[in-house]
Design a binder for this molecule. Sequence first.
Ligand SMILES: *Cc1c(COP(=O)(O)O)cnc(C)c1O
Length: 231
Amino acid sequence: MSIADNIARLKDEIASAARRANRDPEEIELMAVSKVHPAEVILEAYAAGQRLFGENKVQEFEGKRPLLERLTDAKFHLIGPLQSNKTNKAAGLFDAVDAVDSLKIAERLEKAAKELGKALPVLIEVKLSHEESKHGIPPEELPALLDAMGGFEAVEAVGLMTVPPWSEDAETARPYFRELRRLRDEAVKTHPKLTQLSMGMSNDFAVAIEEGSTCVRVGTAIFGKRIYPEK
Ligand SMILES: *Cc1c(COP(=O)(O)O)cnc(C)c1O
């Protein structure tokens, strides 16, 4: 299967899941997660019509970026954790940061984006499981973080993101997706811009769509298995 075939098949599957949930398929964006893969696969997906991409490391994307200059209408989001010493670089390289997990990072991005004269939409990553390896803010800290970001000029929180514990069984993720939606529904009452829900990956995107996802982040089902270089 080519990348173009995979994208076409996923669009069908996204539309079916949306219809099952009585939702408009147009409400759900497909993000192609190209981390670990070379820039060539991004060009191939772009040629197949894909415009939204996710990368999880600042330095890795910095290396690919020069090869992607002509893709002027493509959007690249940072979906991995951001260290505070990389916020300036991230604000310059990416169109959005989808994994903001502290006020410190949000403030540094705000300062960097303001200096660049650039509007930077962000998602807040919420940690809903107790796994040590997962990133994100505890849900109870969300209201205070959103309030603190209220006076920002360049950075704007437009939604929430989460990564549930990995499981073979997509149903395991459902309660986490449902909880993220509940948090969004609560927070949007006081922060009307907070509409997006980035949730669902290759193995569980259909369940995420049933639970209200507005952006599914799909890597493996588009680009195949990631082969990590040996350390
Ligand atoms: C890698 C990654 C994905 C894509 O995962 P697949 O299972 O390959 O679809 C989605 N979201 C985040 C945050 C990731 O790091």
